[in-house]
Design a protein around this ligand. Structure first.
Ligand code: ADP
Ligand code: MG
Length: 338
């Protein structure tokens, strides 16, 4: 199958190893090979998820733990199948072909199988080094990461659920290459529209509208137990950085930690009241992706007016940044997008 195949792996994957190889046509590839037996072991472990969810249900009684467990089981189950990952990866490679600053390596479909994934090898600068780059470079990378992960969800309704520092590299030509589409989520139009409507309500400080949207979509099983003003403050604590802060914000680990505490920790200001909130399973991986994106941007200490970027998909506003203008140009010609 290969012209040459390195004996030693170049990287550890979560449930496998990655090797470097060369195809007969000369292309350099990365070959992700799943450990034998690991898929069966993970499937067996997922049985314990029910027990964990029962414990979680005690902390947040409003939550539909069964539905959440089903969503987690489905996403992780898919992650065990590299053939499915190859399809999802290819879908994004197709969307971003020719993009000015986002690169998704091509998948070699003919060589990929349930436990083997072959992709074009990318050489680039990793996260540890990027963190030490000057502010302006970190800002640019941060904006690209934000546009890639949130833009995928809000423009294309499909996204990688794993914005991990190991999953992107800066290429020599200035583009950022994104890897790893194992944890992948596709969404229908309606739940995506709901998220954007909620973000607009937060941006506009419209507590009644936010309460109405969340009550109507099942997030508030007992709407009367949740005060609209408190709900607005609670959601605002998690997404203020791209909804209400209309100015350059430098994200820091302190900010990311604060957001995590406010949205999930019993120490948070509204925890007691928000225990009666439910997380609808359809939105679970999007919210998780958003928090992990924030964590990555915070480690980069990237600065931008995140709100003005997010307005492109929240309100259909014209871009105000150089990268935004390049991207708008790309979408105008690619004929896809929002
Ligand atoms: N196409 C590629 N080019 C270069 N390195 C790659 C490529 N694919 C994977 N890698 C390396 O292998 C690591 C693990 O691969 P990844 O797909 O992220 O596995 P996992 O899903 O287990 O996280 C990556 O973090 C990266 O260092
Ligand atoms: Mg990875």
């Amino acid at each position: 199958m290969f012209e040459s195949f390195a004996q030693e792996p170049i990287a550890a994957a979560s449930i496998g190893q990655v090797y470097r190889a060369t195809l007969h046509d000369g292309r350099e590839v990365a070959v992700k090979v799943q450990y034998p037996g690991v898929a069966a072991a993970v499937r067996a472990d997922m049985q314990n998820l029910d027990m964990i969810m029962r414990l979680l249900k005690r902390m947040t009684p409003g939550m539909d733990a069964k539905a959440i467990a089903a969503e987690i089981r489905e996403r992780i189950g898919e992650e065990l199948d590299y053939e499915l990952e190859a399809q999802n990866h290819s879908a994004l490679a197709r969307i971003f072909r020719g993009h000015p600053f986002i690169a998704v390596p091509e998948v070699i479909t003919s060589l990929s199988r349930e436990r083997v994934l072959v992709t074009e090898f990318v050489q680039g600068v990793g996260f540890e080094e990027l963190k030490r780059r000057p502010q302006s470079e970190r800002d640019r990378i941060g904006e690209i990461v934000f546009r890639f992960f949130l833009g995928c969800l809000y423009r294309h309704r499909q996204f990688s659920g794993d914005p991990h520092p190991g999953n992107f590299l800066l290429l020599a030509d200035g583009r950022v290459a994104f890897l790893d589409f194992g944890l992948f989520k596709r969404m229908q139009r309606e739940p995506v529209a709901l998220e954007l409507a909620c973000q607009r309500a937060v941006s506009e400080g419209d507590a009644a509208e936010l309460h109405r949207l969340l009550a109507q979509s099942g997030f508030l099983p007992e709407p009367d137990r949740v005060d609209p003003g408190h709900l607005l403050a609670f959601i605002g604590e998690a997404i203020w950085w791209y909804t209400t802060a209309d100015e350059p914000v430098q994200l820091t680990p302190e900010i990311a930690t604060q957001v995590m505490i406010e949205s999930s920790d019993p120490r948070s200001s509204y925890f007691a009241e928000m225990r009666h909130q439910d997380m609808r399973p359809e939105h679970l991986f999007g919210r998780r992706m958003e928090l992990l994106t924030l964590a990555v941007l915070s480690q980069l200490r990237a600065r931008a007016n995140w709100h003005r970027i997010a307005r492109e998909w929240m309100y259909g506003d014209d871009p105000v940044t150089e990268l935004g203008r390049e991207e708008a140009e790309f979408y105008a010609h690619a004929g896809v997008g929002a």
